[in-house]
Design a protein around this ligand. Structure first.
Ligand SMILES: NC(=O)c1ccc[n+]([C@@H]2O[C@H](COP(=O)([O-])OP(=O)(O)OC[C@H]3O[C@@H](n4cnc5c(N)ncnc54)[C@H](OP(=O)(O)O)[C@@H]3O)[C@@H](O)[C@H]2O)c1
Length: 299
């Protein structure tokens, strides 16, 4: 447990032989940077066929180029589907684009997201709506559009990048934390509806991981950027380690997994299994706002 960087179930599965992803069609949103980008490389290494989404086309082109180098595959095996996830009305056309190109989808990875830092009391409601549109309704609507195809095929796998913030509230990011908790509500329900349909749901909860997320983090006012740039010395998980663990969780169709360095992982275990003692005693003694913020920033 001392050296664990994921929940023990996931670490156990990570020791087992890898699942085969060759020629599986995997659609990743938020693939232009950070966790989604490295997930694309992890799947390319395993010869999966990829549809990659994000907003920034130039970055997506670079990710595609790198995937082709890794997989040594034909250009047609990596399809770019750039779109703004808040434009719900174009989701159906995006699904059609992937299906027209590859014929089917095996795995949808709902990964696109933005984070936030601000005091609860100061946040404009527009910021809550903005975060929910991207982090929740974007994922929910896109999944609904893909679900018909999964039901027709009688198989499919929906993956959701939540966060450890989806399991426990932390100071200064209530809209983000609210949005990640909401994902658990939506996708737990979906899982329970899909039990007899051979459609799996995997909720991935990463802790701090190197990515662009804090650069683009929003604040209490819409349009304002928190703009905290990560340092290489920060105590965060390497993006590649996170993506490799995610591939295991996806391969073994785990319902939920936590991917997080210590001591945060241990804190989440305490919060999960000793909820009252954690909130009434441990938080007050050891985890004041300043300490928690430092941990989340990897400082
Ligand atoms: N890094 C962490 O510490 C951490 C921890 C827990 C959970 N997560 C979750 O991991 C996921 C990926 O984040 P990351 O850390 O890899 O951050 P990142 O480097 O900022 O990547 C975010 C990705 O989401 C895409 N995206 C953002 N807003 C979008 C929008 N409106 N429409 C379409 N795509 C959009 C971005 O596309 P463009 O760049 O093209 O705009 C980018 O590809 C998020 O859901 C985040 O909440 C991250």
């Amino acid at each position: 447990m001392l050296f664990a960087d994921a929940d023990l179930t996931l670490l156990f599965y990570h020791l087992l032989p890898e699942k085969n992803f060759q020629n599986k069609v995997v659609w990743i949103t938020g693939a232009s940077s950070g966790i989604g980008e490295y997930l694309a490389y992890s799947f390319a290494k395993r010869r999966a066929i990829l549809a990659l989404s994000g907003v920034n086309v130039e970055r997506l082109e670079n990710v595609k180029k790198h995937c082709i180098e890794i997989a040594k595959c034909a250009e047609e095996n990596i399809l770019l589907v750039p779109f703004e996830i808040q434009n719900f009305e174009i989701h159906e056309a995006c699904v059609k684009k992937v299906l027209d190109h590859f014929g089917h989808i095996d795995i949808l990875v709902n990964n696109a997201g933005v984070s936030q830092r601000a005091d609860f009391k100061d946040i404009d409601i527009e910021v809550d709506l903005h975060l929910f549109n991207i982090n929740v309704f974007g994922m929910v609507n896109l999944t609904r559009k893909v679900l018909g195809h999964f039901l027709e095929r009688k198989k499919g796998h929906v993956v959701v990048t939540s966060s450890t913030a989806g399991k426990l509230g932390a100071p200064y990011s209530s809209a983000y934390t609210g949005s990640k908790h909401a994902l658990h509500g939506y996708f737990e329900c979906l899982r329970s509806e899909m039990v007899e349909e051979n459609i799996s749901v995997t909720l991935v909860c990463p802790g701090p991981v190197f990515s662009q997320i804090t650069d683009r983090c929003v604040t209490a006012k819409l349009g304002e950027k928190y703009g905290h740039t990560q340092q290489t010395t920060d105590k965060k998980m390497a993006t590649e380690r996170c993506s490799e663990l995610m591939v295991t969780a996806i391969g073994y169709k785990l319902d939920e997994c936590w991917i997080c360095i210590q001591p945060l992982l241990f804190i989440y275990y305490l919060a999960q299994y000793m909820p009252s003692i954690f909130r009434n005693v441990l938080i007050k003694l050891f985890f004041n706002k300043k300490t928690v913020m430092k941990m989340r920033q990897g400082r």
